[in-house]
Design a protein around this ligand. Sequence first.
Ligand code: ADP
Ligand code: ZN
Length: 432
Amino acid sequence: MPDVYDPLETAPRDDLAALQLDRLRWTVSQALRSPYYAKLLADLKLGPDSVASLADLRRFPFTDKKHLRDGYPYGLLAAPKDAVVRMHHSSGTTGMAIAVFHTRRDIEHWADLIARCLHMVGVRKGDVFQNMMTYGLFTGGLGLHYGAEKLGCFIIPTGAGNSHRQIQFMRIFDTTFIHIIPSYALALLGAFEEMGVDPRSLSLKLAVGGAEPYSEGIRERLQEAWGVPFYNCYGLSEMQGPGVAFECPEQQGLHLWEDSYLVEVIDPDTGEPKPDGEQGELVLTSLAREAMPLIRFRTRDLTSLITEPCPCGRTHRRLTRIEGRSDDMFIVRGVNIFPLQIERVLMSMPEVGRNYLIVVDRDGYVDRLTVRVELTADAFQGDLAQLRALQDKIAHALREEMMVTPRVELVEPGTLPRQEGKAIRVIDERKL
Ligand code: ADP
Ligand code: ZN
């Protein structure tokens, strides 16, 4: 049995299911206090008594980002306003951002879930935590902060950016773990080079990376360069923020905390459940959120459920690495493409460096796809013939993956724009 923060992590599945059923009924009664669910559920004649078993969840309709936007700001608030102690706002990556409210109990519960996640990968009292996620409305900063505080960590709340200072702090205060957006963790490697510091020479034990999709190839590059494991952390503002699902030391999928969330994976087109193991859209029902419970919330994130027990001994099922959002998909000459497909091909090539950018535009009436690729310093030294051959190799490999031939532009290391927040991987000029 693993050394757990919360005995619920290894609870037998039957006990978990019983807890879920109780909490689902509570969630429905709590949701009824919000204007949105009060009307919706009254129209449908649904209430806590409609939930005789977990299967009854399917009697409830989906909640979508659109409902949150339409109800902005308080349409889904289920607690009296004076019980709200904090709000966060989503980043607005895919349109108008939405506000999410928290009661004191919500903040406590969130901190406990984060403490559970961090404890799972070996964080303990006394660890020095440099939190390189933006603080403020974005949940990444404060979310991890409160959980780490619960464990008794020494926290350095640097937030993102100011790369040279980040590195100085890591050296002066002997930082043992960081929380960072993966694309910023890659960009920071450039700052290490500028300062002549080897990240592997630091006191770091581990890193937590999340908030944006990244491929296994990027993880491998990060682990190699930083010399520590990078653990994937998933979450979304609507469900609290980070800590909804988190990798255990096995690094084979992210345990989704099923005492706090009910998980479904559906076909995004039909809304029907996907068989276990098949990729689809993640749908979550909060089970412990008081200020803003959400029933069957469509995350638009694409993943699949791993139902085999995890060797670590935790009983909560795992999600596979999030592939991206259904709305990340873009269409070029009639072909559907996900950015991560391109990333996977690029990261399988040793000549490819740390950054890339996908640009889609139109040449007359025809869509044109350009992939700008930073090379490693070594690869960039090659002569023109070698570079041409590499360009062809990348274009060919991408064509094999996507069935569309892109233009490939090779650029020097460090020349593509760097971001401190979520990476922008695709620029679609057709929409401008
Ligand atoms: P926004 O939806 O405006 O970006 P959030 O800050 O709430 O606002 O971001 C949550 C979203 O970020 C998730 O729905 C998901 O698309 C993405 N995300 C978060 N963590 C991960 C992760 N570990 N892997 C892939 N995507 C992630
Ligand atoms: Zn595990």
